[in-house]
Design a protein around this ligand. Structure first.
Ligand SMILES: C[S@@+](CC[C@H](N)C(=O)[O-])C[C@H]1O[C@@H](n2cnc3c(N)ncnc32)[C@H](O)[C@@H]1O
Length: 380
């Protein structure tokens, strides 16, 4: 089965055109793309295609014909917005052949989807975000600072809390009794929920401390679910950092207590009140290709390389923030990071024309964040 496109010309196809078509067909497999011809028209039979290869072939063969066949071909294929992606190729047929459930919507209602979040008391009324905190990096304990922000005025929270691994965050040790750690974390997350708008999102990057057998990502998800937020999903951030140790005492080649290794972290996504976030179409900045790639819930992104430069032990990479912001927020939205570190969320928010507020307890980290923002302003 092929997707068919017909290109029509005023003049009959001549020998040069036919030679160009023959050479084109020889460059592709029959399950990729083939051209047929009939009097004054070229019939494109399209199945799956590496668009970069098509562009190369276009450059090589377009001078063989006086007609604009290859230009027209490229343009008409570029205009097709519905396709699947498999490796380097776009797949134009059968890519959405998933098993269809009949009356899907009706059944979802009957099962009571996200039943745990139904009886929330969130209100839709939004408040104005205070000017004095807009586009600011603020030094302080987020629990106190967020107290000054009204309910329902932030569009999206994206953050990576301290993981309680024992890292040295600029003199503040990240090493507490787990119960104290979660109790403090949840106070700050409660404030995040309060300041988030109805329909807004709270997105948390978290790595559990496997060696303590603390499933932080599950405990945090449970917290948000109990607070009646809707769990929208989970992204697995594959860091491919295979340099982790391969043995732990007692684990080598013995079923007594094998120790599992992880090269990824989790990103948990929650919605307040509604799964849908309304916004102006002109404020969408994600491309079709980005959307198709990023809705797959596994992202391969290398860990941040500039941690030494910015003197922070646990930064996330800018690309991670870029994907989260483009996929889950609109331009001009207000983005909060209550554990802002050296300001990656704020810097990317600014670069992507969002507004931001970044809070961190460390004055040193906030200074670095401000310097990064200044650098960005100077570049523009
Ligand atoms: C995992 S790091 C975040 C790094 C950040 N994503 C970046 O790219 O720079 C967690 C941050 O939380 C900060 N922090 C810890 N407790 C805090 C609190 N109560 N209020 C505000 N910030 C806090 C730490 O100083 C640390 O920089």
């Amino acid at each position: 089965m092929y997707k068919q496109i017909v290109l029509k010309y005023n003049d009959k196809l001549n020998n040069k055109d036919l030679l160009a078509i023959k050479l084109f067909n020889e460059s592709f497999k029959t399950n990729e793309i083939q051209l047929e011809h009939d009097h004054n028209q070229v019939i494109v039979l399209l199945r799956e295609l590496d668009i970069n290869k098509l562009q190369d072939i276009y450059v090589r063969f377009s001078s063989y014909t006086s007609k604009t066949i290859f230009q027209d071909l490229l343009n008409s294929i570029e205009q097709i917005k519905s396709y699947g992606i498999k490796g380097k190729k776009r797949n134009y047929v059968d890519y959405n052949k998933e098993r269809k459930v009949k009356q899907r919507k009706k059944k979802q209602i009957k099962r009571s989807q996200y039943y745990y979040a139904k009886e929330n008391i969130f209100t839709k009324k939004e408040n104005k975000f205070p000017e004095k905190y807009l586009n600011q990096i603020i030094v302080g304990d987020s629990e106190n600072i967020l107290n000054n922000i009204p309910d329902n005025c932030v569009d999206l929270v994206f953050t990576s809390p301290p993981y309680n691994f024992g890292l040295d965050y600029n003199k503040n040790q990240d090493d507490h009794y787990w119960e104290d750690y979660f109790s403090k974390l949840f106070k700050i997350f409660k404030e995040c929920i309060r300041v988030t708008k109805y329909g807004g999102r709270i997105i948390i990057n978290i790595q559990p401390l496997f060696s303590d057998y603390i499933p932080s990502h599950h405990l945090i998800s449970n917290f948000f679910i109990k607070e009646k937020l809707i769990w929208k999903g989970e992204i697995l951030w594959e860091k491919n950092n295979y340099n982790c140790k391969y043995t732990a005492w007692g684990s080598w080649k013995s079923p007594s207590s094998p120790y599992l290794k992880y090269t990824w972290e989790f990103i948990e996504i929650f919605c307040k009140g509604d799964l849908k976030k309304n916004g102006n179409k002109e404020n969408i900045d994600i491309s079709a290709d980005e959307f198709k790639k990023w809705v797959l819930g596994k992202w391969s992104i290398a860990p941040e390389k500039n941690m030494k430069k910015y003197k922070h032990p646990a930064m996330f990479p800018e690309e991670l923030v870029e994907r989260v912001l483009k996929l889950f927020s609109y331009k001009k939205d207000i983005i909060l990071d209550p554990f802002n570190g050296v300001g990656t969320t704020s810097v990317v928010s600014k670069r992507l024309n969002r507004k931001y507020i970044g809070i961190d307890i460390s004055r040193e980290y906030c200074k670095v964040a401000q310097a990064r923002i200044k650098d960005l302003e100077e570049k523009n």
